[in-house]
Design a protein around this ligand. Structure first.
Ligand SMILES: Cc1ncc(COP(=O)(O)O)c(C=O)c1O
Ligand SMILES: N[C@@H](CCCC[NH3+])C(=O)O
Length: 420
């Protein structure tokens, strides 16, 4: 099912021509398809039909409250990593008891807010964090439900900067200390152990690391139960990859992932928790940008576009591939040119593609940068005092601006000249 497709020679999001949105909102602009978000959520959730499962969408992938509200209506929970994400999830209508709180550096204030919201579980990543949470809970006269995020020492993920499950990564409790950590948790009056959590990486294109992690955790659950802990939940994290349109391996579909999880966990008697981010959001959005200039360099042609690394960081940070194509379909006898596609920022890393062959374009043409619904807008900054990119949500024939473009005055409003 393609909700971003060409109709009448123009790229559409559902039934809206992207050029219409640009005419109103300008470029750069992120455009999301609500039907795609819903479709991806449903396909993912249906992969786990028949088992006790909570799909806690990983808010970090795309945290716009309109996105969260779209998923909330389908019954999604949320995986949050900050007080800000928690606030977004609650405002969007995701109930506290469907929210899990991950992250290595939760502050006491964030813990207090999450306790007040009655969240389902804290995924605790260290003993100092556990002790702090115990104190915060006791101060409130509450008991904090926890899983430990354990580090299974499984390497996975599309890039070393997004691999999280190996022992040299900062995440989780070391595998060899996991049982001691559970023993300490059992002694703390403000803590109630409910489960085990892992998250091994992102953009994973192979089921083998998931299988390895599940098998390790399954055996850990057995040992924890033998030691008297009540383990009700197994959070397998997120990480399932998506096709980005390059030549790398195509990740398995959620149905295969679901079948694997069902097969390996059927006799564990736990609720399975999933924290998918990219697989829901990634291909639900595009970044639209205008070609500012075509610059003929000595040995190559540069397309200078009005989006930059501050708007979409993935290519600069991870050498990530994103498919880029003109919004207006080229005619049947079109020419191709090989371009380096770059933004206006004063950094060599401000490069979206090198040596990319595509239909020849000219100044003023619109381009769509695909697969930017996840880790796009959320990772943007105002570097070079470039206002954050607006976001638009399409639903059928309608569209709405779901985050406005700040003006330069808006940006400057938050800064102060000191009075000395
Ligand atoms: C703890 C945790 N859960 C879930 C996710 C979502 O990952 P993905 O977008 O790869 O599904 C991440 C990011 O990698 C994460 O760190
Ligand atoms: N931000 C990364 C994924 C890391 C997810 C956070 N654990 C990306 O764009 O691919």
């Amino acid at each position: 099912m393609r909700h971003f497709d060409f109709k009448n020679g123009e790229l559409h999001a559902e039934d809206v021509a992207l050029s219409r949105i640009v005419a109103e909102v300008g470029t750069p602009v992120y455009v999301y398809s609500s039907a795609t978000f819903e479709h991806h959520y449903r396909v993912f959730a249906e992969s786990f039909s028949g088992i006790d499962a909570l799909v806690a969408y990983s808010v970090k992938a795309n945290s716009n409250i309109a996105v969260l509200a779209t998923l909330a209506k389908l019954g999604a929970g949320a995986d949050v990593v900050s007080g800000g994400e928690l606030a977004r999830a609650l405002i969007a209508g995701i109930p506290g008891d469907r929210i899990v709180f991950s992250g290595v550096g939760k502050t006491r204030a964030e813990m207090a807010d999450a306790l007040d919201a009655g969240i389902k579980v804290f995924n605790v990543e260290s003993l100092p964090e556990l002790r702090a949470l115990n104190e915060v809970a006791l101060e409130k006269g509450l008991i904090a439900p926890i899983s430990f995020r354990v580090n299974p020492d499984v390497t996975a993920g599309g890039h070393e900067k997004i691999s999280t499950g190996a022992k040299e990564n900062k995440f989780g409790i070391a595998w060899s200390s996991a049982e001691d950590a559970y023993a300490e948790a059992a002694r703390l009056p403000g803590i109630r152990v409910v489960g085990v959590d892992v998250h091994i990486g992102s953009q994973i294109d192979d089921l083998a690391p998931f299988e390895a992690a599940i098998r390790k955790v399954a055996s850990l659950i057995g040992r924890l139960r033998a030691a008297g802990h009540k383990i009700h939940a197994f959070d397998i994290g997120g990480g399932l990859g998506i096709p980005y349109g390059d030549n790398s391996r195509t990740p398995p579909p959620p149905s295969e992932y679901g079948a694997l999880v069902k097969r390996l966990t059927s006799d564990l008697d736990v609720q399975m928790i999933f924290e998918p981010g990219r697989v829901i959001a990634g291909n639900s959005g595009v970044l639209l940008t205008e070609v500012l200039y075509v610059k003929e360099g000595e040995d190559r042609a540069f397309l200078i576009i009005d989006a930059a690394m501050n708007d979409l960081l993935r290519p600069a940070l991870y050498d990530a591939f994103h498919d880029i194509e003109p919004v207006r379909a080229p005619g049947p006898d079109f020419q191709s040119t090989t371009y380096d596609i770059v933004g206006p920022i004063c950094e060599t890393g401000d490069t979206f593609a090198k040596g990319r062959e595509m239909p020849t374009v000219a100044s003023g043409d619109l381009l769509a940068i695909h697969s930017t619904g996840a880790y796009g807008a959320v990772q943007s900054s105002q570097y070079n005092t470039r206002p954050l990119v607006p976001e638009v949500m399409v639903r059928g024939e309608a569209y709405r601006v779901i985050r406005e473009r700040p003006t330069i005055a808006d940006i400057l409003k938050t800064e102060r000249l000191p009075d000395w």
